[in-house]
Design a protein around this ligand. Sequence first.
Ligand SMILES: NC(=O)c1ccc[n+]([C@@H]2O[C@H](COP(=O)([O-])OP(=O)(O)OC[C@H]3O[C@@H](n4cnc5c(N)ncnc54)[C@H](OP(=O)(O)O)[C@@H]3O)[C@@H](O)[C@H]2O)c1
Length: 358
Amino acid sequence: MNALPAVNPARAGVALVVLGVGGVGRALLELLATPAAGALQLVAIADSTRQWVNPRGIVPARARRLLAASVQPRDDEALLGALRDSGLVEQVIVDATASSAVAAHHADWLARGCHVVSANKAALGERLEGWQRLRHASRLGRRRYGDAATVGAGLPVLSTLLRLCQCGDRLRALDGVFSGSLSWLFNNFDGSRPFSALLHEARQRGYTEPDPRLDLGGADVARKLLILARAAGHAIDAHEVHVESLVPGGLREVTVEAFLARASELDAPLEQRRAQAAREGRLLRLLARLDSQGRASVGLVAVEPTHPAARLAGNDNLFALTTVRYHDQPLVIQGPGAGAEVTAQALLGDVLALTADR
Ligand SMILES: NC(=O)c1ccc[n+]([C@@H]2O[C@H](COP(=O)([O-])OP(=O)(O)OC[C@H]3O[C@@H](n4cnc5c(N)ncnc54)[C@H](OP(=O)(O)O)[C@@H]3O)[C@@H](O)[C@H]2O)c1
């Protein structure tokens, strides 16, 4: 692992590389063009095939145009070089991609002296070994890992949990609805329309992934649950989360088009569960749960009407934290858990926090 040459400590300031100019990356560039970004200096941006680098600074409002016209191929070393050549003391890489290959570099970047701020869950929420490597590299390089945007988009979930733990509180239980698309689907699944009709509408509204099985399979919710569980002190691995997939076995391996054409196969079993829950005065919700022993699960639960998840609307997320000190009623964090603008704001907040106490 090469060490970066020491930066010139004469120039205080923050140099920034932004990886990914999709929904979240674009919204971040817009925020960087506002006074809220202060003197942050954008020195490089990249998508999966191109990059644009200028250690003296890139005007955020022009960044996407420059990238679109760029013929510079992707090269991480040139990005790190731009941070170094900026001469600024704080050097930050923002990951606004969904790429596991990009996430695999986070620990290395921390060890080489960069802060990393990520909306990408792959490094924190997959294998335990990857999460441990990040923590080790962060301590070793004395650099921060900004993770606010990995759970709940802009909602202050991880920061609240960490603050409680820092104050000696302990998580006894966590449960909630961690997916905007699954929230919308079950908030609207009242028996008046088949589940597959709701699924098609959710997809048209852009609430689901292009392949809705990524939502229905529960893996994305499981990653968020793992990130929270680990932050609460449970060193659990991905295979230890019990995940109930809503995708029938016969539809898991077919093409997206075939899955969408056969989505009505989901209707009968889900309607049966909904009707059974309704007879008991309950509602179906796709809940993520963690208990005090670190047992983690994701699956469909029939909740009482008094459960906080029963009162959700739209595609809100909900995180209910029962702790030693919040024992009678949980501390509840609720609101939009997706959206490029709020996610970008969480990224900017993490970048600004890097320097706030220095
Ligand atoms: N959207 C939300 O509401 C939300 C909320 C919370 C968290 N997140 C997370 O935020 C991340 C970004 O989401 P998004 O909605 O903006 O995704 P997106 O629209 O699919 O954009 C992804 C971007 O990453 C780029 N990319 C892929 N591989 C790359 C690489 N190796 N190097 C540099 N750039 C690369 C893509 O470039 P190409 O176009 O060239 O492929 C694209 O610009 C994801 O991890 C997502 O889970 C999103």
